[in-house]
Design a binder for this molecule. Structure first.
Ligand code: 5AD
Ligand code: SF4
Length: 438
């Protein structure tokens, strides 16, 4: 029997790539198993955004070194595969397959080569205008489905490996995106997340020539779709028509993730982010002026080369000013093939740690305050699960906040997948608690 195990690291794009890889393997007669021990083919879909993420796969491979002798085949997919290429064979000689995401369209051929007993198979070319589309996607969640609309990245942020690991931007045709959304709706999905490293530089390659705002509006009109989300947006390409589209149709969720990275113009320029603090804040103003309250979240990097205390304080001031609903913060991690690698004046590790703690504490206080403002409001949630221990249903608001709730009237019902109104009764820094409203 042909069995495989896959473990996925990293971002939503990677998680969705794995869904497509799984579907492709199953369509070729493979069966997915729950443990590497039970599998003939062991795959790691890897992330290299920060050094820590990259080390994980090498630790995993190390653990299973001995098993290669027992006839197991090991494969490294994703960003570490693209970045390290054939060097992986030197570091982990028991690996047989190394393939970056831009080569997944060739996966069926690579599988045939492996089955034929080829010792080393690689897919490392970035020279492609193709996107990985497959009718066999194995979706994990029965209500929310991901659709990749654009792959790769044409920006060149000084810290980032993505343009290197995922190749140049290529968008799918609008017709194929709308088709997929329709099929998903027909098979019962009600929430769609549009994915891309940079969704708002989407450009329809077909003569229809839709931009991102148009695509967004049209996906939201697909009958049966009740929620549409999208990640990630680059501030430079975040134009007003996107906010207008959200304003015009509540199916487009009340949430935008707009990574700022730093509040200092000096650092933004060194990062080559292509916007100034003021230009970024103008986009925040558009969002805050929308008719519905749109949650805004962001990513922050602390300790970029040359970041002074004054630069860092500007990031803190920006957090106070915007009052994000939530954020992800990271210590700068030097990455191969990036411009920042050659920059001097590295911030010491302890100082990065200190700045990270300060950002997280500051943001925690903001979230406690912001979330407590929600107490007493009624919000619609999509029910995503059940926490037996707490006797609560797990829900998520349009603003992408977890809102867990109890509901006497629903005793005995299975609410998962339903949309319900919930009154917020309590608030913590990261989630809300409430009771369903009859
Ligand atoms: N070091 C630290 N954080 C990084 N990110 C991207 N590259 C790096 C790096 N080299 C962060 C950015 C990005 C998020 C996905 O990861 O904040 O928005
Ligand atoms: Fe990690 Fe970036 Fe690759 Fe996603 S695209 S897996 S975040 S390196």
């Amino acid at each position: 029997m042909k069995t495989f195990y896959i473990e996925t690291f990293g971002c939503q794009m990677n998680a969705h790539d794995s869904e497509k890889v799984i579907g492709t393997l199953v369509s070729k007669g493979y069966t997915q198993v729950e443990t590497p021990e039970a599998a003939g083919l062991v795959l790691y879909n890897t992330c290299s955004i920060r050094d820590k993420a990259e080390q994980k796969v090498f630790n995993r491979l190390q653990n299973f070194k001995r098993d290669a002798g027992k006839g197991k085949v090991f494969g490294v997919l994703g960003c570490v595969a693209q970045q390290e290429g054939e060097k992986i064979f030197e570091r982990a000689p028991h690996v047989s397959l190394v393939a970056g995401s831009a080569s997944y369209t060739k996966l069926p051929q690579m599988l045939v080569q492996l089955e034929a007993g080829d010792r080393r198979v690689t897919g490392l070319s970035l020279d492609t205008d193709e996107t990985f589309e497959t009718p066999f996607t194995r979706r994990d969640n029965p209500h929310r489905a991901y659709i990749t609309i654009i792959e790769g990245c044409d920006k060149s942020c000084a810290y980032c490996v993505v343009p290197f690991t995922r190749g140049p931007e290529r968008s799918r045709t609008s017709a194929s995106v709308i088709d997929e959304a329709r099929r998903l709706s027909e098979s019962g999905y009600t929430e769609i997340q549009l994915l891309g490293q940079n969704v708002n530089s989407y450009r329809d390659p077909s003569p229809a020539d839709w931009d991102f705002a148009t695509l967004l509006a049209r996906v939201a009109e697909v009958p049966g779709i009740r929620r549409v989300r999208f990640i990630t947006s680059h501030p430079r390409d975040f134009v007003k028509p996107i906010v207008e589209a959200i304003d015009a149709n509540p199916v487009l969720c009340d949430h935008v993730h707009l990574p700022v990275q730093s509040g200092s113009n000096t650092v933004l320029s060194a990062m080559d982010r292509l916007y100034t603090r003021d230009e970024y804040l103008r986009r925040i103003e558009w969002l805050k002026a929308a008719r519905r309250k749109i949650a805004i979240t962001t990513d922050i990097i602390v300790g970029f080369p040359g970041e002074t205390e004054a630069d860092f304080n500007q990031t803190l001031a920006l957090l106070d000013h915007v009052e994000y609903d939530s954020l992800f913060s990271f210590k700068y991690s030097p990455r191969p093939n990036t411009a920042a690698l050659a920059m001097g004046d590295h911030v010491p590790e302890e100082e990065k740690t200190r700045r990270l703690m300060i950002v997280q504490e500051r943001q925690r206080a903001i979230q406690i305050r912001r979330n407590s403002e929600a107490i007493g409001t009624v919000q619609q949630v999509l029910v995503e699960g059940r926490n037996q221990a707490l006797g609560q249903w797990i829900g998520r608001t349009s603003q992408n906040r977890p809102l867990n709730f109890t509901g006497e009237a629903h005793n005995g019902d299975n609410l998962i997948g339903r949309y319900l109104d919930v009154r917020v009764t309590r608030a913590g820094p990261n989630s809300l608690v409430g009771e369903s409203v009859m």
